[in-house]
Design a binder for this molecule. Structure first.
Ligand code: NAP
Length: 290
């Protein structure tokens, strides 16, 4: 097994890289801001001082940063010193058209690329139960799959370059609308004087159940908006989904509305809050908490 590189040690990446170390892989990590690699170093990971020094040592490099332009910047830097035929696996959620472009340009440069966005949130990253939607060549996927299974419970090839990101967009549309449904359900229950925990229990036992209600409902009860999946990241994904929808001719009125409602949190300086904070936007439209 080649030396594995891991770039981007945020909420998701730090945990994913940790599972790779725990699984016994030789892992070299790098993060833009110093300090975030300390825990991994203590576990046994090597820490590269720069991307230029990480690339030549690694046959496969995982990336988990933020937006399309961040992935582009990281790949450009890695390419300056990467070995021929390096496999790049990008776990960031980015535009599907950009992922396809990266696949094509890396192949032209003699490398390989898999777009591999994940779902399952911080909890899935901690527990190693993520779903990984992959786009790329079957032979590259077969090579990378057992490595990704250190943190992925469902690691699936869904098509060629960019397809993983298309599946992730479909996922994000569903996720966002479930957060809105959860918020409206609990604002209604609150205004009606119902017990919120009982509502989460009973609605969650039937056709109204959702991951969002089960996992975010209790956070609404305690008004815990501590970072998990941030509103800013959700908005990035919805923007990519709405742009892609325009390109392919899909009409997404509910997604567009949810994008506008999340924007209210960003205008209030709350982009770093976790997405269930949408509850307070709906509550505000209903006259507040009283
Ligand atoms: P995060 O906590 O904000 O971490 C982002 C990481 O990317 C940080 O390590 C950051 O470095 C690095 N980074 C950003 N721009 C960079 C650049 N231009 N050059 C180098 N490094 C850069 O984000 P996250 O929650 O881990 O999410 C990572 C990706 O996974 C995102 O695309 C997100 O949409 C996706 N995702 C997140 C979740 C979730 O629940 N959080 C779930 C599924 C998918 P610094 O430390 O220097 O800032």
């Amino acid at each position: 097994m080649p030396q594995i590189g891991f770039v981007g040690l945020g909420v998701m990446g730090e945990r994913m890289a940790g599972h790779l170390v725990d699984a016994g892989h030789a892992v070299t990590v790098w993060n833009r801001s110093p300090g975030k690699s300390d825990a991994l170093q203590a576990k046994g990971a090597n820490v590269a001082p720069s991307l230029a020094e990480l690339a030549p040592a690694c046959g496969v490099i995982f990336i988990c940063v933020s937006r399309t332009e961040d992935v582009e910047e990281v790949i450009a830097e890695l390419l300056k010193s990467a070995k021929p035929n390096t496999l790049f696996v990008d776990h960031s959620t980015i535009e599907p058209t950009a992922a396809k472009r990266f696949a094509e340009s890396l192949e032209t440069a003699g490398h390989r690329f898999i777009d591999a966005p994940v779902t399952g949130g911080e909890k899935g990253a901690i527990e190693g139960t993520l779903t990984v939607f992959c786009g790329g060549r079957p032979e590259d996927f077969e090579f990378a799959k057992p490595i990704m299974e250190a943190y992925g419970r469902n690691v699936r090839l869904v098509g060629g370059g960019g397809s993983g990101q298309l599946m992730k967009m479909a996922n994000q549309i569903s996720v966002a609308l479930c957060v809105l449904a959860m918020s409206e359900c609990l604002v209604f229950a609150s205004k009606a004087g119902l017990d919120l925990s009982e509502c989460i229990d009973l609605v969650g036992a039937g056709a109204g159940a959702s991951w969002s209600l089960a996992n975010y409902g209790p956070k609404v009860v305690s008004r815990d908006w501590a970072p998990g999946f941030a509103v800013d990241l959700q908005q990035k994904d919805l923007r990519y989904a709405l742009e892609t929808a325009r390109e392919i001719g899909a009409s997404l009125p509910g997604t567009a509305l949810t994008h506008q409602l999340f924007a209210a949190l960003q205008y209030a300086g709350r982009g770093a809050d976790a997405t269930p904070a949408l509850f307070e936007v709906i509550e505000g439209l209903s006259g507040g908490s009283k």
